[in-house]
Write a protein that binds this ligand. Structure first.
Ligand code: ARG
Ligand code: ZN
Length: 871
């Protein structure tokens, strides 16, 4: 069943108040919902009231007071007719749930003995019958009753207003959330957890109680998250004028969670991977993710909760905007340039393939079969890029004025993208209708550029195009803000006097037509052109730039992103050429100047270590595959990339060894960005040096002497990936497994490191590891660590030529699908670029996809992804 944007209409009824009573008994839970309905003005009195359910067991339904009505109940719907003619009426609904057997991790479930909920997008209907749509805003009063011994902690949204003891050593707590909210933001937690407490004084001087609830004994592992939370609260006050609005803010970490985290009002629930960290168990990127996700969920309090979405087509209204906000927060907390490069790498790795493959959809989709499948990189990451472009086009001040107006005008409402754009039109006086195509048109725009220089004048021909995407053949030209710079031979910025052919202002070319010929007059000398600075627009570029210009930019561009990009364009081109040579069975040689530049970057003390690490991280195998485009042979890509890494390592042995040694650090561990950057560079150096003749010794020593997880996993990864089947590797793996036997998050890394070891033997490794006693198919983190990592992070293993891995993976997905359709559907997106493979692999991949659609009892979620993937 397809849901369409154009079919949206407001519901006939509202739910003004929601009172819930949960009784959490060991043999099942009952939920009593007392709902105050309002029939909207103009709605006929005999209009039926249709409530959503999902697999529910109804125990009781009645009108409160004297009235009567008729009803028809199925697990997925409750239809009420013959309702009272009054505008307001109250209903009591009782349902029965079995949280222990809920493995889909939607609705009310139990993770490690802790009751928790996940209601976004449509999980509330697995708890009670409701108008489970985001434009129904209701105030919630929640009473939880449970055995006290096993559930000392009873949490819900808002403020706690009562608690006490009951018979049979049960107890209760009552929570009231004064802010009307959609059902997807409801949350409940009950269980026995430890707690880390702190407080925050808001800008108006209110004291907010902060609490992070984690497994007993792990309280200290929440310290970094707590610190990130306080920094987020402060930042949102300073940057957006947003103050927290309840007396208490709770975060709960659970070990079974389908996504990263959830912004439930006043009670965020997290995948514990994004809360728990210390130097022994978490890597620097784990720390960075924790900071980003804590911030993200907190920022949702205003962009998502106070102002929510009218319907799920508007998901990007809260997600794109909130990702933009968490990106900016992290940029302010860390190095802005490095952060931007990482964002672009992630966008290209995750969103570009979506946009360029069968799963392409607009940032605001127009139809879906399963909304869970639209929590995508397009909606999150490209959605964030759109907000960033808006700010680029309007300027920081006008953007902020627009945000202020958004918060003022729409507080307490369920909104649309049109509402969002309108505030910026109102504060700027601009017409953003062409800009709105970014929300409505799928596909990554390409800019084909050519330049020519005659004394004084630079001429640019720029043509924009978007390849057809599913259900969209014809594309209209978009408003693309292209940031650029002109660099003189001394590395200084060059000015121009006048421009024709497009609006050019503040270092920005506004591309609004399919084709522009732009002339920049009054330039002192032939400039080197720096393009899409800061990645001002999420586009691809086709331009022939001279290698010496790229080398110049890689050494001189003042924009860190463009500087990084110049070097990576050189690397990509070299790798594509090498790929052709490998395919032709020829010897691979790389240009000396690129190899030499790598050594210069490694030792350039004027560059941040984190930047140097990013610059020297070669394009991934999937990056290279995207550059090549079609008829992909993953083995040839692997060999080309490996050849480049070896040549860079050999040519720079001295420089890299010195850099590696110079970064050794005896100081106590700190997760701050600078220290993390030094570790990143040192581990990048290790990656190269490990490919040389004494590499095994070095990797072993690195692993043995590691004093934190970042270095340990880098060492172990190097051993496993470079020196797979050796006794040294096995010893290191066994050591690790023993040390972390009771630390699930660290054990995930043990699975992941093995799942990503390249080569055709990988499939055997996977099937052995799936039988490992620590592999749990109902734990999403573990499944992602093994099967997710294999399918997306192991190109030669997953795409082995005989197709055996595809067939195996399809069976694994069907097994997962029985319990957790969201997880199986998400993993299935690993097939999204199958049409870019060579013909033999394509055929094998198609067969595996067909096995899944033809299987009996496939979930809607998995079927939706697989059918769209097949096309
Ligand atoms: N709103 C959450 C976030 O971005 C994501 C929740 C998605 N959950 C899901 N089951 N699809 O922070
Ligand atoms: Zn979000």
């Amino acid at each position: 069943q397809v849901v369409r944007l154009e079919d949206y209409r407001p519901s006939d009824f509202l739910i003004l108040q929601t009172r819930l009573t949960f009784r959490l008994a060991p043999d099942g839970a009952t939920v009593r919902a007392e709902l105050m309905f309002e029939r909207r003005d103009g709605v006929e009195a005999d209009t039926p009231l249709i409530l959503d359910g999902d697999g529910l067991t109804l125990k009781r339904v009645e009108l409160k007071g004297a009235g009567k009505m008729a009803y028809e109940a199925s697990p997925d719907q409750l239809v009420l007719t013959g309702l009272p003619h009054e505008k307001h009426f109250q209903m009591l609904i009782e349902t029965e749930l079995d949280p222990d057997s809920n493995k889909a991790l939607m609705g009310l479930y139990r993770s490690n003995g802790v009751y928790c909920t996940q209601c976004e997008p449509e999980g509330f209907r697995r708890i009670t019958y409701f108008l489970d749509r985001p434009d129904i805003l209701s105030t919630y009063h929640v009473r939880i009753e449970a055995p006290k011994a096993t559930n000392p902690l009873l949490l819900s949204n808002g403020n706690r207003i009562a608690n006490g003891t009951l018979d049979n050593s049960w107890h209760f707590a009552e929570w009231h959330d004064p802010h009307p909210k959609p059902s997807y933001l409801f949350a409940l937690v009950a269980g026995d957890l430890g707690c880390l407490r702190d407080s925050f004084t808001t800008m108006s001087g209110r004291e907010v109680e902060l609490a992070i609830h984690v497994e007993h004994g792990k309280e200290k592992l929440g310290l970094y998250a707590m610190d990130a939370l306080k920094r987020s609260m402060k930042w949102d006050e300073e940057e957006f004028g947003r103050e927290y609005d309840l007396d208490i803010f709770n975060i709960v970490a659970v070990s079974d969670f389908n996504m990263g985290a959830m912004e439930n009002k006043g009670l965020n629930i997290f995948n514990d991977k994004y809360v728990l960290a210390d130097e022994a168990t978490a890597t620097d990127s784990d720390f960075a993710n924790i900071e980003a996700i804590i911030a993200h969920e907190y920022f949702h309090n205003w962009t998502g909760n106070r102002i929510t979405c009218r319907d799920w087509f508007q998901l990007c209204l809260k997600e794109g905007l909130t990702v933009y906000r968490d990106h900016e927060f992290c940029a302010d907390q860390r190095s802005r340039g490095v952060k931007r490069i990482s964002e672009v790498r992630a966008l290209r790795a995750l969103q570009f393939p979506e946009d360029q493959g069968p799963l392409a959809h607009p940032v605001r989709p127009r139809r879906y079969r399963e909304i869970n499948n639209f929590y995508t990189a397009t909606i999150y990451e490209k959605g964030s890029e759109i907000v960033r472009m808006l700010r680029t086009i309007l300027g920081a001040e006008t953007f902020r004025a627009g945000m202020d107006l958004y918060f003022k005008r729409h507080d307490g409402q369920a909104c649309t993208i049109e509402d969002f754009l309108k505030v910026f039109e109102d504060v700027s006086g601009r017409d953003l209708s062409q800009f709105s195509l970014w929300y409505n048109q799928s596909g990554t725009p390409n800019l084909a550029l050519s330049e020519s220089y005659a004394p004084g004048t630079l001429t640019l021909d720029i043509e924009q195009s978007i390849s057809p995407t599913p259900a969209e053949n014809h594309k209209r030209p978009m408003h693309i803000p292209l940031a650029f710079g002109l660099i003189g031979h001394d590395g200084k910025e060059l000015d121009f006097l006048t421009a024709e052919g497009a609006v050019v202002e503040n270092g920005l070319i506004h591309l609004q037509e399919r084709h522009h010929r732009i002339s920049l007059h009054g330039i002192k000398e032939r400039p080197v052109l720096s393009l899409n600075r800061g990645f001002s627009a999420p586009v691809t570029l086709t331009i022939e730039q001279e290698p010496q210009d790229l080398i110049f930019l890689a050494g001189h561009d003042s924009d860190p992103f463009a500087r990084w990009q110049a070097f990576h364009t050189l690397l990509s081109e070299a790798l594509m050429a090498a790929y052709r040579l490998v395919l032709g069975g020829k010897q691979v040689e790389f240009q000396q100047d690129i190899v030499f530049l790598a050594g210069k970057i490694a030792t350039d003390e004027s560059l941040e270590p984190a930047y140097r690490a990013l610059a020297l991280t070669l394009p991934s195998e999937t990056d290279i595959a995207r550059d090549i485009g079609n008829d992909i042979d993953p083995d040839a890509i692997f060999n080309a990339r490996n050849a480049l890494a070896v040549q860079i390592a050999k040519a720079n042995r001295e420089a890299f060894s010195q850099t590696y040694a110079g970064l050794h650090d005896d100081a106590p561990f700190s997760p701050d960005a600078d220290s993390a950057g030094r570790r990143a560079l040192r581990n990048t150096m290790l990656g190269y040096l490990a490919r040389l003749d004494d590499g095994l010794f070095l990797a072993q020593r690195h692993t043995k002497t590691a004093t934190n997880m970042t270095d340990l996993i880098a060492g172990l990864g190097t051993l496993v990936h470079e020196y797979g089947a050796t006794t040294q590797t096995q010893a290191a793996l066994d050591d690790y497994a023993q040390r972390y036997a009771t630390t699930p998050l660290a054990l995930d890394k043990w699975f992941q490191v093995q799942a990503t070891a390249p080569g055709p033997q990988a499939l055997e490794t996977i099937s052995v590891l799936m039988k490992h006693p620590a592999f749990h198919i109902d734990n999403p983190n573990r499944v992602r660590a093994l099967l997710g990592a294999f399918s997306t992070g192991n190109q030669t293993g997953f795409h082995r030529a005989d197709g055996a891995a595809y067939a195996f993976f399809a069976q694994a997905l069907l097994a997962i699908d029985k319990d957790n359709p969201q997880l199986s559907a998400r993993l299935a997106t690993a097939f999204r670029s199958w049409r870019a493979l060579g013909p033999m692999r394509q055929e094998k991949a198609r067969q595996a996809l067909l096995v899944m659609v033809e299987a009996s009892a496939v979930s809607v979620d998995l079927r939706d992804i697989v059918e769209r993937t097949i096309g």
